[in-house]
Design a protein around this ligand. Structure first.
Ligand code: AQP
Length: 328
């Protein structure tokens, strides 16, 4: 049995990108692996957050984890800040990381560019992410393609630590799904769909009403050619909608191209919208049952306790390896 870890930031309402690129695959993995799925709220505060909104997003993400099909009996579902070992090991991993390699991270460059005040934590995000993963002896990290670079860094930090101090960390493998790995923005299909994008038309939230989803997909940017075919370079908007359709239904892009041969974008977009609406409907129903329930709190309490037991063991090993404290 392998150990799997992944996390999502409660930095907004989960998008279709987060769902297709990450969460959907979490559900498949819980059957045969020991899974830890975390709500990484400490990562979320690397960007300014409204305190009440953040709290709401944490709860909402927890309810969505369960609503998409994660079973708290099988997978450990928990909030990062409720397991102090994450921040503790995160600091230690900062001491192992070099500024140069952190500055080379694309996400850091994207999120800091053009800003006058950039928090130090935006730079040191990857060592905290490495700590999240390494605490559980993780073998596999299922993430969207956008996180590949951070995962590579995690592997490097783990290897560096093992060599320099003691061979305690498992070097994790990244697992990127073939379909739905990178869902793009509906308004600018050359950049990825992000939950913190200030323009809600750019993303589909997993909690959007059917009518909103239809409207957003109808107005998604495409091109003037009018043929439904997959060409990421020349037709990124259509390619993105084909990716969404295919990732949800499991039908190949070639099958879809054939089906829409000779048809216009209107029909195609209407069908994409229905596919999305139908996929999200049962998730939304389950979410509404859970969001205000005490059950959700007991799931998270239990998850934090289970994660903590495991995480503290690895933290102590790392402290001993580095010579911190008095434990021998
Ligand atoms: N557009 C995407 N397509 C496919 N997968 C995606 N993921 C994110 N966006 C897409 C995957 O979702 C998981 C959780 O991501 P995260 O919340 O930890 O951070 P992120 O990658 O920065 O996601 P967002 O939505 O873009 O958040 P903000 O706007 O706060 O930065 C990861 O596995 C990620 O790969």
């Amino acid at each position: 049995m392998k150990t799997v870890f992944s996390g999502i930031q409660p930095s907004g309402t989960v998008t279709l990108g987060n769902y297709l690129g990450a969460m959907k695959h979490f559900v498949d993995m819980q059957e045969d692996n020991q899974c830890y799925f975390c709500i990484v709220d400490q990562h979320a505060i690397t960007q300014p957050q409204d305190r009440l909104k953040l709290r709401e997003n944490i709860r909402s993400l927890a309810a969505l984890y369960v609503a998409v099909g994660l079973d708290p009996e099988k997978a450990v579902l928990f909030v990062q800040s409720e397991v102090p070992a994450h921040a503790q090991l995160g600091w230690m991993m900062q001491c192992v990381a070099y500024i140069g390699e952190l500055e080379r991270m694309t996400q850091f460059k994207d999120k800091s560019s053009g800003k006058e005040a950039v928090s130090a934590s935006l730079l040191t995000y990857p060592p905290l992410m490495a700590a999240d993963i390494l605490l559980y002896g993780t073998n596999v990290v299922p993430v969207g393609e956008d996180q590949k670079q951070h995962l590579e860094l995690t592997r490097n930090l783990a290897e560096r630590f093992n060599k320099k101090y003691n061979d305690i960390f498992t070097v994790p493998e990244v697992q990127i799904p073939k379909e739905g790995a990178r869902i793009m923005s509906l308004t600018d299909p050359t950049s990825k769909m992000s939950k913190s994008n200030p323009n809600p038309k750019s993303y589909i939230s997993i909690l959007d009403e059917p009518q909103t989803i239809r409207k957003k997909i109808k107005s998604a940017v495409t091109d003037t050619e009018g043929t439904v075919r997959y060409d990421k370079e020349q037709k990124p908007g259509v390619a993105n909608l084909l990716t969404i359709y295919s990732a949800i239904t499991g039908e190949s892009i070639a099958t879809l191209e054939e089906r829409y041969h000779g048809k216009g974008y209107g029909d195609f977009k209407a069908d994409v919208a229905e596919v999305v609406v139908n996929a999200l409907e049962p998730i939304q129903e389950k979410y509404n049952e859970l969001i205000h329930s005490d059950k959700l709190d007991s799931i998270l309490d239990d998850g934090a306790a289970r994660a903590n037991t495991q995480a503290v063991r690895m933290l102590h090993k790392a402290e001993r390896a580095m010579g911190l404290g008095r434990r021998t």
